[in-house]
Design a protein around this ligand. Sequence first.
Ligand SMILES: C[S@@+](CC[C@H](N)C(=O)[O-])C[C@H]1O[C@@H](n2cnc3c(N)ncnc32)[C@H](O)[C@@H]1O
Length: 266
Amino acid sequence: MQRAILQLLRCPRCRRGGLRPETDTAELLFGPLHCAECHARYPVAEGVADLVAEPASSALAQRGLEQRLVARSYERYVRPALQRALSAPPMDRDSEYLLYRSLLGHPEAPVLDLGTGTGLFARRLARESGLPPVVGMDVSRAMLEESVAQAHEDGVRVDLLRAEAPYLPFQDGSLGGVLLAHSLHFIAELGRLLLEVSRVLRPGGRFVASTWIPPGRAATFVQRSAGLHPREEEELKDALAAAGLGGFARLRLPPLLVVKAEKPVR
Ligand SMILES: C[S@@+](CC[C@H](N)C(=O)[O-])C[C@H]1O[C@@H](n2cnc3c(N)ncnc32)[C@H](O)[C@@H]1O
């Protein structure tokens, strides 16, 4: 993890202190980070900071994403299969990436790929010249391990951390953009999440998120039974406004509902 990202981290336990390595370094691959306020310690291995103190309690769908086999086959088989199950034909990956990229605008500070999974979009963002550093966050160790492997394979630099939304372990106003692709329906506490997004974004920073449009009552029921949280446009619009995020825009591209909002410049 490079210094530019380390400097932005905030302790998820006391939610006050910055996180520091034992010695100042341009890049931290192994070794602990400690909180300057509460002295909590968090391990870093292969550059991935693990900020989850307690094992996360996972719903059924999330437990699947904690499996190595699922993580290894995610980009090639699992993701396309999920999209095919929800609509035919699904949007191709390049179009999806270009959509998110254009909605993110011109970030002037690091971009967080929240629920990064295997880093599919984090790697694409990191390859773009002229963008600030990209940091991927996910709660699944298996997905992050796969993300490290894929980034090595592609020769791309993505800083990664294990942490559990809705809390975001970043300092106030430290990020230029937050992308949450295909993951909004995994987060139970929508209001809390959006308040956190609003807190960590710089003025003018954008939040871009996508979720699966619930295709009818039966599918909504199945998603809920798997521990997911299908959400409609109106609910998202109201929750974004309540969190102080303006400039709402949305695209319905079945199976995806994509929303964009912005931290106002005062
Ligand atoms: C369907 S995958 C999407 C991955 C990637 N963004 C993509 O578009 O391919 C959802 C990801 O969100 C992660 N996730 C679920 N709940 C989370 C939480 N509370 N905090 C952080 N990540 C979470 C899962 O582990 C999983 O990797």
